[in-house]
Design a protein around this ligand. Structure first.
Ligand code: ARG
Ligand code: ZN
Ligand code: CA
Length: 369
């Protein structure tokens, strides 16, 4: 006998029971100046694995939650998947890569703006935008203000603190920066309420004097009020090392999920098309191919890692979009180009022939070997 299990994933604008899993479509914008900042697909996937454990209460280190807090630890009921469809209905890998002239990004949101050397946000009602870049000053990550402007919505993470493999650096090498920042994106406040014994507006997290750092064990009393067991320093919304944080509470689960109830700020994402399978193929005009092939130069060609694309005769001040299609006509990469030259890393593409098409119709091809 075959038993079929239907996963109770929420779809198309209905959140009926508190037991349902909410799936969040993710688009990752990788902004790199140096090759090592162009983190691999595998590193990105390692972060998805962490999120899908931490937000389901399936992280192995949850077992370290002390017995007195264990009854409060919760499965938050969120899952994260890379988007498979873009806003125009075309296929996407959910990973966008772009060379930038900027060596370090600050918290000024430049990374979220194509004309300022970053990459524009995708529609926040369909996608969770995650930008990866080299952040100045030891910042691991930051998140847009809940309820703030749409074009700034999402989280920004330092490339060396994203995922668990590749360029990650201890002690922030377990993917908890993204867990913490996405907690903010889902309207959680820091557990100390950002004030002296402040209020995080969650009833089951005890008050604590301020943030904690490092890896703490045992009871730690910071003296706010009569907390039987002191600070919940192992909460994802404290600031301990990655190895020192391993739980959300039931109250935090409820606060995060309330954004998805009717009238909630994240409600629309439940009806996102981002995880659907595209049936569109890209239009490639054959006559244009022959006529304009000499106007885009690609070198080296064939290429294995980086290619330089030169748009001859295009205004240096202009902003152009390049789309890379595979031989089936499916878009596999998009790239915004300011001026008439850009560097593109194609290391992740499978071997074969690819078509590059610019927004003004110019087309050429290159071979990935
Ligand atoms: N916004 C915080 C910072 O930059 C993130 C802290 C994340 N903590 C962690 N263990 N990864 O300090
Ligand atoms: Zn924070
Ligand atoms: Ca609290």
């Amino acid at each position: 006998m075959i038993t079929l299990f239907f996963v109770d994933t929420v779809s198309a604008g209905t959140i009926t029971t508190s037991a349902e899993i909410i799936t969040i479509p993710v688009v990752v914008h990788v902004m790199y100046h140096n090759a090592n900042e162009n983190i691999s697909d595998a590193q990105i996937l390692s972060q998805l694995v962490v999120l899908n454990k931490d937000f389901r209460g399936n992280n192995a280190d949850r077992a370290k939650v002390p017995a007195y807090f264990a009854p409060l630890a919760a499965d938050a009921g969120f899952e994260f998947k890379l988007a498979s469809m873009d806003a125009h209905g075309y296929a996407t890998t959910g990973i966008l890569r772009k060379y930038t002239k900027i060596e370090f990004f600050g918290t000024d949101d430049r990374i979220k703006s194509s004309v300022r050397g970053g990459d524009d946000a995708w529609d926040r009602n369909q996608y969770l935008n995650i930008w990866i870049g080299n952040l100045a000053g030891g910042i691991l990550g930051y998140t847009s203000t809940y309820g703030g402007p749409a074009d700034k919505d999402g989280v920004v993470i330092q490339y060396s603190a994203f995922g668990t493999i590749g360029s990650v650096n201890a002690p922030f090498d377990l993917g908890r920066t993204a867990t913490h920042e996405i907690g903010h994106w889902l309207n959680l406040l820091h557990i100390w309420g950002d004030g002296y014994c402040g209020d995080d507006q969650v009833a089951d997290t005890p008050k604590q004097r301020s943030s904690n750092r490092g890896v703490i064990t045992g009871e730690k009393f910071s003296g706010c009020e009569a907390n039987a067991h002191g600070d919940m320093y192992m909460n994802f919304m404290d600031l301990t090392n990655d190895a020192g944080m391993f739980m959300f509470t039931a109250g935090q689960r409820q606060r995060m999920r309330s954004s998805f109830e009717a009238g909630g700020a994240r409600r629309q994402i439940l009806a996102s098309n981002a995880l659907k399978i595209s049936t569109l193929t890209a239009p490639i005009e054959q006559p244009l191919f022959a006529a304009f092939v000499s106007k885009i130069a690609v070198y080296p060609n064939p290429a294995s890692a980086n290619i330089i694309i030169e748009l001859k005769g295009m205004p240096v001040s202009g902003l152009h979009t390049l789309i890379i299609y595979n031989y089936l006509g499916h878009p596999v990469m998009t790239q915004m180009v300011k001026g008439n030259e850009c560097l593109l890393n194609v290391a992740e593409l499978k071997s074969g022939v690819y078509i590059i098409k610019a927004d003004n119709g110019l087309v050429t091809k290159f071979v990935k070997n």
